[in-house]
Structures are given as structure tokens and as C-alpha cells.
Design a protein around this ligand. Structure first.
Ligand code: ATP
Ligand code: MG
Length: 241
């Protein structure tokens, strides 16, 4: 079903061929993780929810794969957080931006950004450097499901806090992000929606406690260890200490 959604997105001109390749890489990593959400990913999700709720100007950055896979969750999260949605593409074309924007608006999104009033992120060569002045450019926190490493690093260098959703705990995106949720975006986004809805009534002090007790480096280390343990078991080798 997930693969079908990506293929439908490709046929509708929302997903590019490169997106299909990236998705295949994701599937392989998900397979190694047992295709389930692990405790460190849930902890990262909770910390991400706290951070997003503490932010003054959170923005959800959407690319073709994200739009094809989790459009309803993007809209739901934006509404709960009162966050802006911005289409930002590595393989950018006005036509594709328009299609993704219309697709999300058809699911209930309002004022999707990304097609006008653009500024460039300095030092970034990819098309992802074009960001909306009132969106990513002025955001304090950016949620980037399925990011590429180059831009994640640049956004962090600009002083923004980044929440990434990436099945690869070794990617530059995961390493650069403030909080990396190592899980499939189709499981992570509904979990994030639920976490935000649950934490919405918490005080700023309580949210800060949740956010500050999270350590991204340690969380990624635990995810790599989980992969090791899973493979050790599959190989019938002796359990790791
Ligand atoms: P980076 O640019 O961060 O160094 P990369 O170049 O290896 O990493 P990209 O090609 O930029 O990766 O992006 C693809 C990434 O998206 C892969 O790491 C893949 O695991 C991840 N990915 C693909 N599909 C999903 C999905 N459905 N859920 C979560 N992550 C996914
Ligand atoms: Mg990359």
C-alpha cells in the first residue's frame, strides 16, 4: 500500500524518479529495522513534539515523497501547531510546486508556501536553496521529513532547529538535525500528530524539560545498536552484551 502511494504520486507528477530511488533506500533500511517503531524513535517523537510546541514560528517543509505518503498528517499537524506548510524541492519546477500545493490544499491545507516571495539560503547549490521569506527563511524550527543532508546542515548553520524524519541513522541529515526520528515517515507522522495533541496542554516549563532531556547523538547511537542487535539475532549469532 505504501509503495502504491509513491507510484500514484509519481504518476500524478508529484514524485520524481529520484524520489522512487530514495524511497527504495528507505524500504531497505526499514526492513533492517523490522518495519516497526522502536522506543528511541518514540522518545525522539515526544521531544520533537515538545520542541515544535515551544517554537514561535514552526514550519513543515514538504517534498514530493512526503506529500504522496502522508498528506493528511501534514495538514493535521499544521492545524494543531498553527504552523505553515512550505513546499521545498530538490528537483524544483513551478509546475511540480503547483501540483503539490494543489494536492495538499485538496486535503484541507491552507496558504501553502513555496511558490512566491522566495529568498536564497547562502552557500547551498541545490534548488532547495529557494525558501519562502515568511516560511522557512523566518522559521525558528523546521520539520523536514525526508530531508537532504546539504540543506539540513545549512539550516542548522543559520541557527534553526531541525526535526528530521529519516530511516538512516547514519545520514548527514540525521547527524545534523537537532532531533532525528529514525522511523518510516508513514509511522512517524501519525505518532508526531498524536504526541503534539497530547502535549498541547503542557506548560512551557514541562515542554522544556522534555526537550532538554533529549540527546540526539545518544538516540542515534541507540538506533544503530538496535540494528546491530536485530541483525545479530537474524544471523543466529550470539546475542550482543
Ligand atoms: P544525506 O543527504 O542526509 O547525507 P542521503 O544522501 O543518503 O543522505 P537522500 O538521498 O538525500 O539520502 O535521501 C534519502 C533518505 O531518505 C534515505 O536516507 C532514506 O533512508 C530516507 N527515506 C526514504 N524513504 C523514507 C521513508 N518513507 N521514511 C523515512 N525515511 C525515508
Ligand atoms: Mg543526500
Amino acid at each position: 500500500m505504501i509503495r502504491e502511494r509513491i507510484v500514484k504520486g509519481f504518476e500524478a507528477g508529484i514524485v520524481v524518479p529520484h524520489g522512487l530511488l530514495a524511497h527504495g533506500r528507505g524500504e531497505a533500511l526499514d526492513y533492517i529495522l523490522g518495519e516497526e517503531t522502536h522506543p528511541p524513535a518514540l522518545e525522539a517523537t515526544r521531544a520533537a513534539a515538545a520542541l515544535l510546541l515551544l517554537s514561535k514560528h514552526p514550519v513543515i517543509s514538504v517534498n514530493g515523497n512526503t506529500a504522496a505518503l502522508v498528506p493528511d498528517e501534514v495538514v493535521r499537524l499544521a492545524k494543531t501547531l498553527n504552523a505553515r506548510i512550505e513546499v521545498n524541492l530538490f528537483h524544483r519546477s513551478p509546475e511540480r510546486i503547483r501540483r503539490i500545493k494543489e494536492f495538499l490544499e485538496g486535503r484541507g491545507a491552507e496558504n501553502v508556501l513555496g511558490d512566491s516571495d522566495l529568498v536564497e539560503i547562502p552557500g547551498l547549490s541545490s534548488q532547495r536553496r529557494f525558501v519562502s521569506r515568511n516560511g522557512i527563511y523566518s522559521a525558528d524550527t523546521v520539520l523536514v521529513p525526508l530531508e537532504d543532508g546539504d540543506r539540513a546542515e545549512k539550516l542548522v548553520a543559520l541557527g534553526k532547529r531541525i526535526v528530521a524524519i529519516d530511516l538512516n541513522p547514519l545520514s548527514r541529515t540525521s547527524r545534523a538535525a537537532t532531533i532525528s526520528i529514525v522511523d518510516n515517515v508513514v509511522r512517524a507522522m501519525p505518532n508526531l500528530c498524536r504526541a503534539v495533541e497530547e502535549l498541547k496542554g503542557y506548560t512551557a516549563k514541562e515542554l522544556e524539560e522534555i526537550y532538554h532531556s533529549f540527546n540526539n547523538e545518544e538516540n542515534l547511537r541507540r538506533m544503530i545498536e538496535l540494528i546491530l542487535r536485530h541483525l545479530t539475532r537474524l544471523a543466529g549469532l550470539e546475542e550482543l552484551p
